[in-house]
Design a protein around this ligand. Structure first.
Ligand SMILES: [Zn+2]
Length: 173
């Protein structure tokens, strides 16, 4: 067993006895409690219109002020498609009626001192004319339509988004 943090307390017995076992499991060596810190499912939208891609500026940590694809975490009992449809309504008030699965990339997401490993699935959504958007301002401060030819993957907040943009642009070249 590996104890990363000697102050980790067991949520069942309350003792400072929680140890990490392997990559994902946390085990209490006093009461036997086990917690698996499994990969979280997340979804992202590559929204395209007239050779431009929509990116949003993050209004919250982590990576506040950096650019990201719209999207978020899947809720319990949701499909990827349902999660992305919900997130785009919440973040942009953008209804969608089609999406095309592209690929997935792993990511690491540090939120309030907890490091989450995520698996981010990317979907392409195409529009013929620029849709109207209403921002959820707690989550997003601004949005940009960026010309595909001039995009820099380092503008993206997370490594999964950087990898996704690189693969998407390579496919268009
Ligand atoms: Zn315990």
């Amino acid at each position: 067993m590996v104890n990363d943090d000697p102050n980790l307390h067991c949520v069942k017995c309350g003792q400072p006895s929680l140890f990490r076992q392997g990559a994902k499991a946390y085990c209490c060596n006093l009461c036997g409690f086990v917690y698996f810190h499994n990969v979280a499912a997340a979804v992202s939208a590559v929204i395209v219109c007239n050779d431009q891609i929509l990116l949003v500026e993050r209004a919250q940590q982590p990576a506040k002020g950096k650019l990201d694809f719209p999207g978020g975490f899947a809720d319990y009992n949701e499909s990827n498609e349902e999660a992305l449809t919900r997130e785009l309504m919440e973040e942009l008030q953008l209804p969608i009626d089609n999406m095309q699965y592209l690929f997935s990339y792993p990511n690491r997401y540090l939120f309030k001192d907890v490091l989450y490993s995520t698996l981010d699935s990317f979907f392409e959504i195409r529009f013929d004319s620029e849709p109207s958007l209403v921002l959820q301002q707690e989550e997003i401060s601004r949005y940009f339509w960026l010309d595909m030819k001039n995009m820099d993957v380092n503008q993206l907040a997370f490594v999964s988004g950087q990898n996704a943009l690189q693969e998407y642009l390579r496919g268009k070249a």
